[in-house]
Design a protein around this ligand. Structure first.
Ligand code: MN
Length: 133
């Protein structure tokens, strides 16, 4: 075994996020046919993803703050630290911080056969959608 080098913290691109979101990639496939990707994602107050979907689904584990998550056509859900959210393959959703607090979650997923197709990014979340109205 070996310790994986710490990768630089990366600021996520505004095309796919609203507000400031920083990601530390904790692990990516190391060899062969491995698929596991785990990121530690830090959202500033009010920051959130655009709508998107994951080819093989995604599991989110909230570490601090309160996460807001929503699947297309469903209500916005508040997720507390210590809780884990599972989003099935292909289900359109977004996730982010509440307006008034930082939020940190682990984002765990598996790469698609073509890793570039693991996440498909869609439209931005509207202010009304973010507000849950
Ligand atoms: Mn997601």
């Amino acid at each position: 075994m070996r310790i994986i080098d710490k990768q630089p913290t990366v600021k996520n691109p505004p095309e796919r996020f609203t507000g400031d979101v920083w990601v530390d990639m904790l692990t990516t496939p190391q060899e062969g046919d491995q698929r596991m990707v785990v990121g530690l994602v830090r959202f500033a107050p009010g920051a959130h993803t655009a709508w998107h979907r994951h080819a093989r689904g995604q599991t989110l584990h909230v570490l601090s703050g309160v996460a807001l998550v929503q699947s297309r056509g469903q209500d916005v859900v508040r997720v507390l630290p210590g809780q884990t959210v599972y989003c099935p393959p292909g289900e359109e959703h977004w996730h982010g911080a509440t307006p008034d607090d930082f939020m940190t979650h682990l984002a765990m997923s598996e790469n698609a056969d073509d890793p570039a197709g693991s996440t498909v990014w869609l439209d931005h979340v509207s202010d009304d959608e973010y507000a849950g109205s």
